[in-house]
Design a protein around this ligand. Structure first.
Ligand SMILES: Nc1ncnc2c1ncn2[C@@H]1O[C@H](COP(=O)(O)OP(=O)(O)O)[C@@H](O)[C@H]1O
Ligand SMILES: N[C@@H](CCOP(=O)(O)O)C(=O)O
Length: 293
């Protein structure tokens, strides 16, 4: 059995804890029946001892498997990870979503995507990463009465992501602590209006509107101060032709959207100015979690 989940970019500037989309890079797990429990890791995190000894996937999988399985078995878990850890590309959401989907699928129990999303909410209580991880595409989401309410839209193939991944991680938990406790009325109104405009731009495919609509006063400047080079990455990307350029999730990745024909030029400008960062072009993902039995 194989389960794959895409990377995500949350917030998209002003849509803090609400907007998010899925990128075509993924974490994949292959699960096979085995005489003993065993784990193998390839790709991102392969040399991280925590992922071998205290793996978040295994502990969430067990939370569900122990309740669902009529007869418990041992499995071999083979992880192929493309999503870097703690870089704001939703690695934790991918793990949560894939672990829950795997526990149901291995027992042959059908799990609707809406239910999976709400089960994942117990592990990550902001919906801007888990929603695109499950559904793919662009998503506007909120939580009401412990349920995710969302609207989803596919991202057309005329667009590409240009992704700049710094060599240093930022933990989401710590990055949330860097934010102010209170916001002024002006900053609040600024973000509500920009987030609304950005959502309308995605829904109506008005791509020229992304640049002004993606401005934010709530989280980026506070977080990017921890890695001031990110301000320069953002400027370089916008000057080279990106439609928008925002901190991805809580950082440290800087994420840009552009027309497909501009992607190479933007990638080249970023690579030559920031040779110590990983820069690449990616498609978007409109499918979300995939389970192959
Ligand atoms: N492939 C993985 N396998 C197991 N656990 C993972 C994996 N990727 C991420 N994690 C867990 O998620 C944590 C990172 O979460 P977080 O700081 O929210 O970063 P991100 O922005 O990438 O979601 C890691 O410290 C680890 O506990
Ligand atoms: N809205 C959250 C998103 C965190 O995304 P991650 O990919 O960094 O985990 C936040 O901004 O804290």
């Amino acid at each position: 059995m194989k389960v794959s989940v895409p990377a995500t970019s949350a917030n998209l500037g002003p849509g803090f804890d609400s907007l998010g989309l899925a990128i075509a890079m993924k974490n994949q797990v292959i699960i096979k029946p085995s005489k003993f429990h065993s784990v193998s890791l390839k790709g991102e995190g392969a040399n991280n001892p925590v992922l071998k000894d205290n793996n978040m996937f295994i502990s969430i999988f067990n939370d569900f498997y122990h309740n669902l399985a009529v007869r418990k078995r041992h499995y071999r878990f083979e992880f192929y990870n493309e999503i870097p850890l703690s870089r704001g590309l939703g690695s934790s959401s991918a793990v949560i979503v894939s672990a829950i989907a795997s526990a149901y699928a291995i027992e042959g129990i059908k799990l609707e995507k809406d239910k999976l999303l709400n089960l994942a909410l117990a592990y990550e209580n902001h919906p801007d990463n888990i929603t695109p991880a499950v559904m793919g595409g662009f998503n506007v989401a909120t939580v009401q009465d412990n349920e995710v309410r969302f609207i989803n839209k596919a991202i057309p193939n005329i667009l590409r992501a240009v992704v700049v991944v710094p060599n240093r991680p930022i933990s989401t938990q710590l990055s949330r602590k860097a934010l102010p406790y209170k916001y002024s009325k002006e900053d609040t109104i600024f973000n509500i209006s920009h987030s609304s405009l950005l959502t309308a731009a995605f829904m109506s495919e008005d791509w020229k509107m992304l640049r002004s609509a993606s401005l934010d006063k709530v989280h980026q400047k506070y977080r990017m101060k921890q890695m001031p080079e990110l301000f320069d990455v953002q400027k370089t990307s916008l000057r080279s032709g990106s439609l928008m350029s925002t901190l991805s999730g809580s950082g440290s990745t800087l994420f840009s959207i552009c027309f497909a024909e501009d992607a190479r030029k933007i990638e080249k400008a970023l690579k030559s100015k920031f040779p110590h960062f990983k820069v690449f072009i990616s498609d978007f993902d409109n499918s979300g979690v995939r389970v192959e039995i």
